[in-house]
Design a binder for this molecule. Structure first.
Ligand code: PGA
Ligand code: ZN
Length: 432
């Protein structure tokens, strides 16, 4: 009875107010699943294709009515009658219906919305939580360690620093609830510190971080360290820092431009700068320090970073198994960011996860800067045991929807007499 009966698409909005694809899948037994596709701003060149109308008369060309039509026609026809519980088979059928590697024909935004909504419907039909459905009930639950945005810049906070995210990693917390509370305290401490220094803090960036007018990029590390002290947490012991440079956004011809500092650096110089920051501040994770085409720069940086630092590829890998394999062969990183909409289906995202794991790489599941009120990302992190999760800050409902779901999962397990534990990827002090 869990055969797919109806697949409906509609034009929704993401958290930035940009149109995106919504989908509802209804099964023969009446179960339903609903999902809205997220969308990035600092996108990688090799991500699966987001199909937009390019009609300047609607939503500045960013409408998705063509993608929505594809949901209700070709994609619906491809999966109607299939058992929604068999989500990998559904995803294979969706990918085949598009037929292109980058899903440019029907749109990865359309394909992902159907992939998610049908998997969620399958879980509903089994009356089991999505994380159990995905994880096939393997042992105790492991909740991913959150990486929480405190200071934002780059494409997510115009006019602020060049670094896109400076985040806090509550690595010594004992539970998810404690981890998120510590992150909240560090954000609050940082806000109070910024206010004392005369900076405005009421307006927040796309992911809920503080967009501070700092003179130098590294001032963001300094102020978050001060914020942690203010919160009574020991930087480097209780909490550590992470950074997403989002270096694609800094590219200016052959150089990387740090606009707030009036400096242009080549790949080697930026790598040396990032390594120096890692020596000066308690940074445990560096994401997209260089561009997605700079493979040799990544290899040199991996060699140069302190051994305990996680070097994380987002735009470099775009949740693509083949690019992760290439990264492994060229020793370009040691961790992979996973964003389902870079891949186009849940099954392709899982493929990237398994490839990362086979390579001995850590994984970090991630939301997008244009996200939605949907909570499913939290279930993916638990069901797939991704180890880490990055969703944004501790405010804005599209962010808290994911944290709240993780809090709910942790509380439910305890109430049910089961056990869960917070992942501890940094506990032994070394990167993979
Ligand atoms: P994006 O930002 O969704 O704008 O790409 C998130 C990230 O770069 O990690
Ligand atoms: Zn990133």
């Amino acid at each position: 009875m869990s055969e797919i009966a109806h697949v409906r698409g509609w034009e929704a909005f993401d958290s930035r107010g940009t149109p995106t694809v919504g989908c509802t899948v209804t099964l023969r037994d009446g179960s339903a699943g609903r999902a809205v596709a997220p969308s990035g701003a600092s996108t990688g060149r090799y991500e699966a294709h987001e199909l937009r109308d390019e009609d300047a008369n609607r939503f500045e060309g960013r409408g998705v009515s063509r993608a929505v039509r594809n949901v209700g026609t070709e994609l619906a026809d491809a999966v109607r009658g299939m058992d929604a519980r068999e989500w990998r088979a559904v995803d294979a059928r969706l990918a085949a219906a598009d037929g292109t590697e980058s899903m440019e024909r029907l749109g990865a935004n359309a394909v992902l919305a159907v992939s998610l909504a049908s998997c969620i419907a399958g879980a509903a039909s089994e009356r089991t939580p999505l994380h159990v459905h995905l994880g096939e009930g393997r042992g105790d639950l492991e909740i991913p360690l959150p990486m929480v945005n405190v200071v934002s810049g780059g494409a997510h906070a115009s006019g602020a620093i060049d670094l896109q995210d400076v985040l806090v990693v509550p690595l010594a917390a004992g539970t998810f609830a404690e981890a998120i509370a510590w992150a909240w305290q560090v954000r609050r401490g940082t806000r109070l510190e910024a206010e004392e220094r005369g900076m405005p803090t009421a307006l927040v960036a796309d992911e809920g971080g503080l967009g501070l007018p700092l003179a130098r990029n590294e001032d963001a590390f300094e102020i978050v360290v001060s914020g942690a002290h203010r919160a009574g947490l020991e930087p480097g012991v209780d909490v550590a820092l992470a950074v997403d440079v989002a270096a694609n956004q800094l590219q200016d011809g052959d150089a990387y431009r740090l606009a707030v500092e009036g400096r242009a650096l080549d790949s080697d110089e930026l790598g040396a700068q990032v390594a120096a920051w890692c020596e000066a501040y308690p940074i445990v994770s560096v994401e997209d320090a260089l561009s997605d085409d700079d493979w040799s720069g990544w290899t040199s940086l991996a060699d140069r970073l302190p051994a305990h630092v996680q070097l994380l590829g987002d735009d470099l890998f775009v949740t693509n198994a083949e690019r992760i394999r290439r990264g492994y062969e060229s020793k370009a990183a040691n961790a992979v960011l996973l964003k389902p909409n870079q891949a186009g289906t849940l099954a392709r995202t899982e493929q990237a996860l398994l490839t990362a794991r086979d390579s001995g790489y850590r994984t970090v599941l991630s939301a997008r800067s244009g996200d939605t009120e949907d909570p499913w990302l939290a279930d993916l992190g638990v069901g797939w045991r991704t180890g880490q999760i990055k969703v944004g800050s501790t405010m804005r409902s599209e962010r808290t929807a994911k944290w709240n779901r993780l809090l709910e999962i942790e509380a439910e397990v305890e109430a049910g007499g089961g056990t869960s534990r917070l992942a501890t990827p940094f506990r032994d002090g070394t990167a993979p």
